[in-house]
Design a binder for this molecule. Structure first.
Ligand SMILES: [Zn+2]
Length: 343
């Protein structure tokens, strides 16, 4: 489990295979999560989502994400069933680097052979570029999307770009049909998803912004998917972080992954500043990435499509999911929900 950093101070141009590879991709990496020199966006009072639109005008648009999902207004789209979604995630030969970006923990897929097609994408192929997480300062919040106003404990985003239509991710991210983000809810309980259990052990390797560590090439991305990938919602929206381009087809799975409270708390140990930087003074989170989710944005005139007809016929399905199935699977959280008056 190697540990290295893009900071030359931490990694003084050593000759290790890992650090060379990290340096080779450092510029590209910085471009992905670029922040303008005069404004560092983040999730504190000063740097948070309420002010992003001032520096990133797209953030004030009408197709912003995340949103609250009301299953009752989602419209079943038979086209999504006729050409089923296919997530073809490679099992080998890809290099995977986990980064502390200062805003999240992100795993960059190098030489990606993983892609999505079918479903809302038709015959287009969208290549997987990276995945990252959003979480909260308690186990009762953290997801960006919500369902009937209720948040999950965290949310996983698998970011794909339209490699059929565009040459690079940078080009695609500004186009209407440029990006696909597959979102998977994560719920705190007393057991854990196999893929998440593997990933969280690397978080202690990257406490500071700019640090990175290499995952085993054998890590199987399929372990991060819910069992049932046929049930999902689709809508047109935006990146949930600056520059908030309205270029994202969102695909949100109905079924959540599981994670334990101890594992979830490891995400909150990450710092939003570099190892050689001073802790931000005006930071009510003391420099920790305690919460990194954007509040939900207005749906407006947009339509949420569903890939499963029962969303229409069983309008109380999700209510049942929360009140019965969820509590059967995760009995220890029932008390918390009841204390909040949610039955
Ligand atoms: Zn995200």
């Amino acid at each position: 489990m190697g540990n290295f950093s893009f900071s030359s101070a931490l990694c003084p141009m050593g000759n290790s295979h890992q650090s060379q590879r990290a340096r080779r991709h450092a510029d590209e990496y910085k471009g992905t999560w670029s922040r303008s020199n005069d404004y560092e966006w983040g999730y504190t009072r000063d740097t948070g989502p309420e002010n992003w639109w001032v520096h990133y005008p797209s953030a004030g648009g009408r197709k912003q994400s995340p949103i609250d999902i009301n299953p009752e207004v989602a419209e079943f789209d038979s086209d999504l069933v006729v050409a089923p979604l296919k997530l073809q995630y490679s099992r080998a030969r890809e290099e995977k680097l986990m980064h502390n970006t200062g805003a999240t923990c992100a795993v960059r897929i190098l030489n990606s052979e993983s892609y999505a097609t079918g479903g809302p994408l038709g015959s287009h192929k969208y290549t997987l570029r990276e995945f990252h997480f959003h979480w909260g300062d308690s186990n009762q919040c953290g997801s960006e999307h919500t369902v009937r106003g209720k948040a999950y404990s965290a949310e996983l985003h698998l970011v794909h770009w339209n490699s059929d239509a565009y040459n690079t991710f940078e080009e695609a991210q500004e186009k209407d049909d440029g990006l696909l983000v597959v979102a998977i809810f994560i719920q705190c309980c007393n057991s854990s998803n196999q893929g998440l259990e593997y990933l969280v052990q690397f978080l202690t390797d990257i406490p500071y912004k700019g640090q990175a560590t290499e995952l085993s090439s054998e890590f199987d991305l399929n372990h991060l998917l819910p069992v049932d990938t046929s049930k999902y919602w689709v809508y047109e929206g935006s990146m949930t972080t600056p520059p908030c381009h309205e270029s994202v087809t969102w695909l949100i799975f109905y079924d959540p992954l599981k994670i334990t409270g101890d594992e979830l708390s490891l995400f909150r140990t990450l710092n939003c500043y570099g190892v050689n930087e001073d802790r931000p003074i005006l930071d009510e989170h003391y420099g920790r990435i305690l919460k990194n989710y954007r509040p939900t944005q207005p749906l407006g005139s947009r339509v949420i499509r569903a890939a499963e007809p029962n969303f229409m016929t069983h309008k109380d399905f999700h209510q049942q999911f929360h009140s019965q199935a969820l509590f059967t699977t995760f009995p220890e959280i029932k008390g918390q929900f009841n204390r909040q008056g949610i039955k």
